[in-house]
Ligand binder design. Structure first.
Ligand code: NAD
Ligand code: LMR
Length: 329
């Protein structure tokens, strides 16, 4: 019951905690939506020096919520303080793109951030810290952070494609007049970029394969680009990039990783060579989760169309990796 929280508190570090996504994220972590309504948490909030006042304001509001599960709040501009004994690290802190930019354009500025972050996680966090990279370009930033966290298992480093997954769920529900909960086995392959492949091959609505009932042209010329370019559509409409939906996806990603999920979900994870994706690349796959572990769904038949799409997004990720080669020595 809500007044008997016997579990030891879990430490959740969040970078960029006073930013747009951070503000939509930390209250939900504190309310128990991330790790469960019986799991006390300690928030370790990291921001740049110039944002420390704003961060203190966020901490004041967190206190003012009187969340029963929130045991402590650390606010800091020091990564070593912020990642100390962290069980989870949500890496949001980085620049968002503006109108007309691609996420990959952020690589030079944002990539560097993840060098120090990777080292700080390595030197301070719990040995089984689970890491989610939200900051763009998320897959390649994740590759960099994982590289510098030599003593933490690579599989603990993941990048967020859950927003793409959830966007795809909504688009398909809307097209088919169904509820998102009626849809199973949808997945995103590859990069969190317009080259991502939202794959409906195995997707069921009310337990029936849906692809044979859809016009392939709708999938190819509407659905794929709608999902792939939704981030830009939001930026055009809002004047700034998605924040509440991104925070929601981050909650979904980590919650399902920690607590398990019934259906397939999409996560950017280090490739183990499945589906011939080059080993080590941070690549979104269909995964299932159980007992704090994810597994890439195996044995799927890949059509010629799907393979072409997977090849395109693989090529882009290899190019992004080449672009930050100097950071991966
Ligand atoms: P924002 O500018 O509102 O907030 C980012 C915050 O990070 C700022 O407060 C800034 O001070 C802080 N920051 C920057 N560098 C930092 C560092 N080295 N350490 C700690 N904090 C740092 O941006 P936002 O809208 O919250 O977006 C954050 C990132 O998330 C962007 O890169 C954006 O493109 C990305 N994003 C990813 C997805 C996804 O699906 N993967 C979705 C939405 C946004
Ligand atoms: C998104 O998908 O909304 C984010 O990655 C922000 C962006 O730049 O598109």
């Amino acid at each position: 019951s809500h007044h008997h929280h016997h579990k030891a508190p879990v430490r959740v570090a969040v970078t960029g905690a006073a930013g747009n996504i951070g503000y939509a994220l930390v209250f939900r972590i504190a309310s128990g939506e991330l790790l469960g309504k019986d799991q006390p948490v300690i928030l370790q909030l990291i921001e740049l020096p110039h944002a420390q006042n704003a961060l203190k304001g966020v901490a004041m509001e967190l206190n003012d919520c009187a969340f029963p599960l929130l045991r402590d709040i650390v606010t800091t501009d020091s990564q070593s303080v912020g990642f100390k004994n962290a069980d989870y690290a949500l890496l949001v802190g980085s620049k968002p793109r503006g109108k007309g930019q691609e996420r990959a354009d952020l690589i030079k500025d944002n990539g560097k951030i993840f060098v120090d972050t990777g080292k700080a996680i390595n030197d301070n966090a719990s040995r089984d810290c689970k890491v989610l990279v939200v900051g763009n370009p998320a897959n390649t930033n994740c590759l960099i952070a994982a590289h510098y966290a030599k003593d933490i298992p690579k599989e603990n480093f993941t990048a967020m494609t859950r927003l793409d997954h959830d966007r795809a769920l909504y688009q398909l529900a809307s097209k088919t007049g169904s509820q998102v909960t009626d849809i199973k086995k949808l997945c995103i392959w590859g990069n969190h970029s317009p080259t991502m492949y939202p794959d409906l091959t195995n997707t069921t609505v009310h337990n029936k394969l849906i692809a044979p009932t859809l016009d392939h042209a709708w999938i190819d010329t509407f659905f794929n680009p709608k999902v792939g370019k939704r981030g830009a559509e939001i930026i055009d409409a809002r004047g700034s990039s998605s924040a509440a939906s991104a925070a929601n996806a981050a909650i979904n990603h980590v919650r399902d990783w920690a607590l398990g999920s019934e259906d397939w979900i999409s996560m950017g994870v280090p490739s183990d060579g499945s589906y011939n994706v080059p080993k080590g690349l941070i690549f979104s796959f269909p995964v299932t989760t159980k007992n704090g572990k994810y597994s890439i769904v195996q044995g799927l038949k890949i059509s010629e169309y799907s393979q072409k799409k997977i090849d395109i997004t693989t090529k882009e990720l290899l190019e992004e990796r080449a672009c930050v080669e100097n950071l991966l020595k």
